[in-house]
Each structure stands twice: as C-alpha cells, then as structure tokens.
Design a protein around this ligand. Sequence first.
Ligand code: 5GP
Ligand code: ZN
Length: 147
Amino acid sequence: MANKRDASCIFCKIIDGEIPSYTIYEDENIKAFLDISQATPGHTLIVPKTHVKDIFEYDPELASKTFAKIPLIAQAIKASNPNIIGMNIVNNNGSIAYQSVFHSHFHLIPRYSENDDFKMIFGDNTDSYSKEQLVAIQTKIKSELES
Ligand code: 5GP
Ligand code: ZN
C-alpha cells in the first residue's frame, strides 16, 4: 500500500525532504533522523513513512515494518559511541502523554550517566491495588484482545 502523507505535518515534510533533517537511516517504510532537541547526544526519532497519528492507528503490517527496525538502529547508535551505556526508547501517544508532534514516532535516547539530560518518573502504586482490582483490569483488557 502507498505511504500516505499529511500536507500540514512536519514529519511528513521531513520524510519528503521539504524540511531538512540529519537522517541516519531510511528505507521504503521508515526514516530515522536526529531529534532537533538532542535530549542526549544521538537522540534519534524513528517514524513510519505513512502518516499515522499515534500507536492506536497502526495495523499489524505497519507495526511489523516499523518496529522491526528499532533494534537495528538502537544497536548502531550504541556502537557509535563507547560512552553510551544504556538507552530509553519512548513513544508518546496523546498530549496527556507528552506527544507534541502528531505523526507517530519513537524516541531513541542514548544514556550516558544518571546526570545526563533525561528523566523518567514512574509512580509505584503497588500497595493500592487488591488482587480483585488487578483481576478486574486484567479481564477487561484480555476480553478486548479476544474479541
Ligand atoms: P513528542 O513530544 O511528540 O514525543 O516528540 C516530538 C519531538 O520532535 C520533540 O522531541 C522535538 O524536539 C522533535 N522535533 C520537533 N520539530 C522537529 C524538527 O523540525 N526536526 C527534528 N529533527 N525534530 C523535531
Ligand atoms: Zn505526518
């Protein structure tokens, strides 16, 4: 299927070369380029070449084409600098989840130290959930996958 574009989308413009980017990899399905903000050196975005807003718009074919390349690019980034000791891979969906460009993308953020310029904070609500509450959540999500 042909890649679809959105004329007003900044990442579609980058895909088409209308806006320049520091591209590190591309094939017929995806493009990977340096994030302008460089949260840490080597911070890279991977985008599918077809315009989908977020994770909720992927079909299995687009998912397999896009996700399959994430390890390859992650490994190349890591190999490019011996000071990289870890990597966060982040995908924001919706403004509430800090998405600001509404063309789906994956951030690959190399990690250098505890004090590099990246932070992620997860709450820990382990003690707030009963077994029954967890089973109720599990059952609802499972039934969506089985329907
Ligand atoms: P989000 O907040 O949607 O998860 O991430 C969007 C990312 O796109 C941000 O990290 C931002 O720095 C990056 N970005 C926005 N505009 C441009 C641009 O024109 N070029 C590049 N390379 N990155 C951009
Ligand atoms: Zn787009």
